[in-house]
Design a protein around this ligand. Structure first.
Ligand code: URA
Length: 205
């Protein structure tokens, strides 16, 4: 694997992996996206966070979770007492999938083929980071983590033993909070999200 290939220096191995991912053509999404948005954070992080895929702003910036969903995520982890600098943050799919609508690019959900095409990168990231806890934000992330279709309501907020090692933890995607039509419920859902984040952080120690 990537770690062994570089004599055990995970930082260098990670740089090499990110470099390689820049040229990824494992699925068709690279053709329209601006760039690969690779994971980021300390390679020795105890917690790995998985999102769905980069959004419009992430695609342009080249960094995960910097747009509106990222700001919601940042608010929630701050409320949970988690320092983002301690997290390795990545996405299940590393290119932005969208449909053009006039000048706007509208987010489109990655399908099963795109998720599995991107699995290789996710697995390489795991081999380098070896997280104690992997936190999946939303259904696409949970599907990448568990290798099967997952119902968030059923799996969220409990420790799941991962075959490849460590503990998995599932919660909502922060964009769910941004899209909620019933604004009166946002506060409660935000609090439940923060609670899930606290649970994951407690396991990571
Ligand atoms: N949503 C995600 O799932 N990931 C990002 O990086 C940005 C938005």
């Amino acid at each position: 694997n990537a770690r062994d290939a570089l004599g055990g220096n995970s930082g260098d191995a990670w740089e090499a992996l990110r470099e390689e991912a820049r040229g990824c053509t494992r699925c068709h999404l690279h053709a329209h996206a601006t760039q690969t948005v690779f994971g980021e954070g300390p390679v020795d992080a105890r917690m790995m966070v998985i999102g769905e895929q980069p959004g419009d702003q992430e695609d342009l910036a080249g960094h995960p979770f910097v747009g509106p969903a990222g700001q919601m995520f940042d608010r929630a982890i701050a409320a949970a007492g988690i320092d983002r600098a301690t997290l390795y943050v990545t996405n299940a799919v590393k290119h932005f999938k969208f449909e053009p609508r006039g000048k706007r690019r509208i987010h489109a959900k990655p399908d099963a083929g795109e998720i599995s095409a991107c699995r290789w990168w996710y697995e390489q990231e795991r081999l380098l980071v070896r997280p104690a806890v992997t936190l999946a934000l939303g259904a696409t992330a949970a599907r990448q983590m568990l290798g099967k279709v997952v119902t968030i309501g059923r799996e969220r907020g409990r420790a799941i033993e991962l075959a490849e090692g460590g503990i998995g933890w599932v919660t909502i995607h922060p964009s769910f909070l941004l899209r909620m039509p019933d604004k009166a419920r946002v506060e409660d859902e935000f609090a439940a999200f923060v609670q899930d984040l606290r649970g994951a952080a407690a396991l990571a120690g």
